[in-house]
Each structure stands twice: as C-alpha cells, then as structure tokens.
Design a protein around this ligand. Structure first.
Ligand code: GLA
Length: 385
C-alpha cells in the first residue's frame, strides 16, 4: 500500500491541510464458523492486510466519503444519517457514526478517503474492517481516544446489524478491533471472555485462497441460516435449559436431536454444536503445538459447513479439495460467512510455492477461472499510523 500516494490523492480531492492516517485489518477465522451467533467459541485473528484511510475533521457536520476501490462517493450530514441503497459501501461508515452519536459519544464531520488492499467480498470481512476504521477515527478525532475498544467493537456490530441489516455475530468486529500480532483470539461469543493464543504453526503457515467468487446473495442467505438456528433453538429449549445451541455438548445434542423433525434444521444445529466442540479441540492443539490435529479439524469443519450447514458452494469446495489433495497441506477450510470468498490452508512452509501452483491449476481446471493466493501475518488491531 502506497500511503504517500493515498495522501496526495486525498489532498487533490479535498484540498490542502492537515491529515491523519488510520489502518484497520481484515481477519481470518482459523475455526469456529457460523457459531458466533449461537453462543459458541471462535478462533479468529486479525491479518496484516486491510483498509487504510486518510482523514481530516471538517469542523462542521459534513461527512464526505470516497474510496479508491468503490464507485459510490457521498456527502451526508451527520445529523441526518439514514440507510440509502445507492450509498452502497458508504452505509457502513454512516451506520457507525450514527450509532456512536446515539450512544452519546461526540461525533463530527470528516473528509475521508479510503483504500483497501483486501478484495471486497472476499469473505475476509472488509465491512467490519471499515466499521472499526471509522469508529477509531471518531474515537481519536472527537473523543480523545478514550472510548473503550470493546465499545467500538459492539457499536460497529450494531451498525452492521441495525443500519446495514446484516445480522452478523460479533466475531469479525472483535477480531479486527482486538487483534494482536501473532496471536489467535479464543473468544467466547456469549460472555465475550477471550484469551490470546500464540499462532505458532511450527514449520507450517497459513495460505489464504480466494475463490474470486463474489458472495452474491450472501447477506440474505446468512440471515436465513441465523433464523434456522433460532428455530432449532426454540425446539431444543423445550427439552433442555439452554440459552444457545452451543450450550449443548455433542452428547447432549445426540440425546435431543430427534425432537427436531425437519432435517435441514437438525443439520444446522448439529453443525453448531460439533463446530463449537472442534474449536475447543483446536485451541488445545494450538497451545500444545499439535498442528496436524488442527489440520484435521479444519477438514472436518469444512465438511460440516458443506454438508450440514450448506454455506460453501462449488468454488469453495473445489478450492478446499484441491488444497487437501496436496501432500504437504495439513488441512483446509472455508473461512468467514462462505457462499464464495476465501478459504485457508495450513501448508508446510518450504512447500508453499508448489502448493500454490498445484491448487491454482486444479482450481482453474475445475471452475474455469483462477483464484488468488495471499500470505500474510497475523497482526495488530485497528489503529492510527
Ligand atoms: C460473517 C459474520 C460473522 C460470522 C461469520 C461466520 O463473517 O460477520 O459474525 O458469523 O460470518 O462464522
């Protein structure tokens, strides 16, 4: 990312004057998919690619939003913020400012130019990255940096849930806001208790594999999955004293699953319960340095997301199958919401180039166009730079 160039483009666009620069990462999720809204534990980390912004307070109520990656440019009044379809990506920043103001924090007008080095719609959570970026700017520019980070995380999630209308859980905002270099975050999405675990994969590294399949319709399918889990929860609550699906152990679930008559609803619940169990196993394996075990859990997670939760699709399945067919890949799975976007693979360091060549070819043969591959470290959360 050429920050000097972004800054000079900001000055061309908005005129000369002081500027400040912020960065907000993207995230990967090692394991624990589609359970952050089922009270489960997840194991994500922030990555070193993400979203940059140059910003300046306007001193009035105008919020001006432009991006090098996206077409829509908007100018709105911060006292009159509402969701507008044609504002597209700009609804995320608007939503964050709206809810920060509603929560009683100081907000003000800003001129903002954004540039990300994560592909949009890649499933690495460019939206949460953008939300935290704006939240931290408002925090630093107008509130002396005093707003607790967890507040920014929760308000960003609220913006996505209630302004944009995607009923996401808290994993992405949490990972992006609370990221630490070389650490995975074991987050209990029910209590918000968390623990940093060294992301030490020994002689292996994570390769991010982008299917280049846009996540069309993903928001509506995402909300549909959430509703299906709520249906399952309502049924199981008649038989067990639970708050969330992930309060059930696999053994408990086996005892009560018969009460769910509809197969697809039962499958959704089964995924949630077993995925939560896999997270516990994977976090222990990470602490113990048992990387092959993590690889196996990744493979099981993907199968469950494909067969029980049905959020993968042929592109993600092809990418993951190609990765798993490579002898020095310990395991691969989709990461994030699914329906396209990215997968991750744990691969022996000294075989990474061969791996990428192999998967690239297999994927193109199968799907007809190429994917993309990124190698990036696990990094710090959102900050001014
Ligand atoms: C998206 C959501 C998260 C989470 C994942 C699936 O990334 O934003 O809250 O539900 O999907 O694990």
């Amino acid at each position: 990312m050429n920050i000097e160039k972004l800054k000079s483009e900001f000055l061309d666009l908005y005129g000369q004057g002081d500027t400040r620069i912020f960065f907000s990462p993207s995230r990967i999720n090692l394991i624990g998919e589609h359970i952050d809204y089922n009270g489960g534990k997840v194991l994500p980390g922030a990555i070193e690619i993400g979203t940059y912004a140059v910003v300046r307070a306007t001193g009035d109520n105008r919020l001006l939003l432009a991006s090098q990656n996206m077409e829509a440019r908007v100018e709105v009044d911060i006292l009159d913020l509402k969701h507008e379809e044609d504002h597209d990506w700009a609804n995320y920043p608007k939503g964050v400012v709206y809810f920060m103001k509603e929560a009683g924090y100081k907000v003000g007008g800003m001129e903002i130019l954004i540039e990300g080095n994560i592909p949009n719609g890649a499933g690495l959570s460019s939206s949460a990255s953008l939300e935290l970026l704006i939240a931290e700017m408002v925090n630093v520019l107008f509130n002396g940096g005093r707003i607790p980070r967890i507040e920014l995380v929760k308000l960003s999630q609220k913006a996505e849930n209630d302004f944009v209308g995607v009923k996401c859980g808290i994993m992405d905002q949490f990972a992006i806001g609370m990221g630490k270099k070389n650490k995975a975050i074991l987050l209990d999405t029910n209590t918000l208790d968390y623990e940093y675990i060294d992301m030490d994969l020994k002689d292996s590294i994570i390769v991010i594999m982008n299917t280049n399949k846009r996540r069309e319709l993903s928001d509506s399918k995402y909300n549909e999955r959430r509703e299906e889990c709520e249906v399952a929860l309502r049924i199981l609550r008649q038989h067990r004293d639970i708050q969330y699906l992930c309060d059930l152990s696999p053994e408990d679930f086996e005892e009560v699953k018969g009460y769910i008559k509809e197969e697809n609803i039962r499958s959704r619940a089964q995924h949630a319960v077993y995925e939560n169990h896999r997270v516990a196993e994977a976090s222990s394996a990470l602490k113990e340095g048992d990387i092959p075990k993590i690889g196996k859990l990744l493979i099981q997670s993907h199968s469950s997301l494909r067969d029980l939760y049905e959020v993968t699709g042929k592109e993600l399945d092809a990418m993951v199958a190609a990765a798993n067919a490579f002898p020095f890949c310990l395991g691969a799975r989709m990461t994030g919401a699914g329906f396209g976007g990215c997968a991750i693979a744990i691969v022996k360091k000294d075989k990474v180039e061969e791996f990428i060549q192999f998967v690239d070819r297999q994927y193109e043969d199968e799907i007809g166009y190429r994917g993309e591959f990124y190698i990036t470290g696990i990094g710090e959360g959102t900050r001014e730079i």
